[in-house]
Design a protein around this ligand. Sequence first.
Ligand SMILES: [Zn+2]
Length: 79
Amino acid sequence: MKRELIVMRLADMVRFHPDQITDRCSACGADVAVFPSGQKIMRHYRDVVLVCGVCRPPGANAKLAPGANLEPFQTHRKQ
Ligand SMILES: [Zn+2]
């Protein structure tokens, strides 16, 4: 099964993480942000595919990346 990492579009984000990176959605090409937890997944699973939350709304079997539940506390509001 293809592994997908669901990430947020930059345009939809009201907060940012200081260590996030930006990449592209594999489906629509939108700019997306990958938080550190997602970057860990990308390093661990080399074949992981990035998809934005618009192309792939998280379903019942979507799981949070390890550590992702803590990241809201590490983010800052965009100016
Ligand atoms: Zn997309």
